[in-house]
Design a binder for this molecule. Structure first.
Ligand code: NAP
Length: 285
């Protein structure tokens, strides 16, 4: 365990920072650099890799499978996601098997329902639990679930074995702090923060140019990206999964685990990017 690791309700350990893979593995010309970026990131501590059957229609999983060859299996925590339309019985078993094949492994650490679809949650939970029993996945979770979805999930038998909710979260999008995050904390459901860099700032204009963040970065001798990542993981029960195709950025992102924000620094971020004081719709990509 490193200083920033944390444990899930089921006792599994997560690092505070991992790596995303959306859009990776799709272009032949970028493949080698993307693979190197994921490998370097993992070597520097980004040992959780997030992927999905959706990403590049399986191409991202193939890339992650290639990355896995550079490690022993237990060194990495592999997260993949099932499409909502594949999250019923028996399709979920086929989807999981296909993901495992593309990844070249015999188990996933975490399997997530990518977003809520029309399949009853009870069916998805049954499928997930069977996959756990068969050793195909270590645990399961959901993604893009707002508080009402989580409450419904908790009504389903076995629904409270959900370990993780992966939702969009960065300094410029803090709606979940109002109700979803406290709800998850109370039930020990970990936050997996996606788009922690607001897609390189494109989801929130001016984020990377913000004077407070820039001055803070200068003062702490780090980058704005590192400040954003340190902010996302500040509560000690969150894993943020930035994506990069650059090994230098991956190493930079990994080093954000060494950055701790003071109460004054967090208050300064609160002033420029306040968390809403009322219910807002879940931000979704
Ligand atoms: N569950 C869901 O519905 C859902 C939705 C969206 C995303 N996700 C997951 O979350 C992951 C992360 O989200 P995301 O990929 O959308 O966006 P993101 O991680 O917020 O941002 C990615 C962008 O940030 C840039 N970047 C990364 N590190 C940087 C650094 N140190 N300095 C400057 N720029 C940097 C990357 O460019 P470079 O390549 O040039 O570094 C890339 O353009 C995804 O890859 C995916 O695994 C899940």
């Amino acid at each position: 365990m490193t200083k920033r690791d944390f444990t899930l309700a089921n006792g599994m350990t997560f690092p505070a920072l991992g790596e995303g893979t959306w859009y990776l593995g799709e272009k032949r010309s970028a493949y080698a650099a993307e693979k190197e970026s994921l490998i370097q990131g993992a070597r520097h501590g980004l040992t959780l890799i997030d992927t999905a059957e959706m990403y590049g229609s399986g191409k991202a999983e193939i890339l992650v499978g290639d990355v896995l060859k550079a490690f022993s299996r237990e060194e990495l925590t592999i997260v993949s996601k099932v499409y909502p339309h594949n999250a019923g019985i028996p399709k979920i078993y086929k989807s999981c098997e296909a993901s495992l094949k593309r990844l070249g492994t015999d188990y996933l650490d975490v399997y997530l329902l990518h977003w809520r679809g029309s399949i009853p949650l009870s069916e998805t939970v049954e499928g997930m639990e069977k996959l756990v029993k068969e050793g195909k996945i270590k645990c399961w979770g959901v993604s893009n679930f707002d508080i009402s979805d989580m409450e419904e999930l908790w009504e389903v038998p076995g629904g409270n074995r959900c370990q993780v909710n992966q939702v969009l979260y960065h300094a410029g999008s803090r709606g979940i702090e109002y109700d979803l995050l406290p709800w998850m904390r109370a039930r020990h459901v970990a936050l997996m923060a996606y788009c922690p860099l607001a897609q390189g700032g494109t989801l929130r204009r001016g984020l990377f140019q913000n004077t407070v963040l820039r001055e803070m970065a200068q003062h702490k001798n780090c980058t704005v990206s590192q400040i954003l990542l340190a902010f996302a993981i500040r509560d000690g029960h969150t894993v943020a999964i930035p994506r990069t195709s650059s090994a230098a950025h991956a190493i930079e992102n990994a080093k954000a685990a060494e950055i701790f924000l003071t109460e004054e620094e967090i208050a300064a971020i609160d002033r420029v990017f306040p968390a809403p004081k009322h219910k807002t719709g879940l931000d979704i990509m």
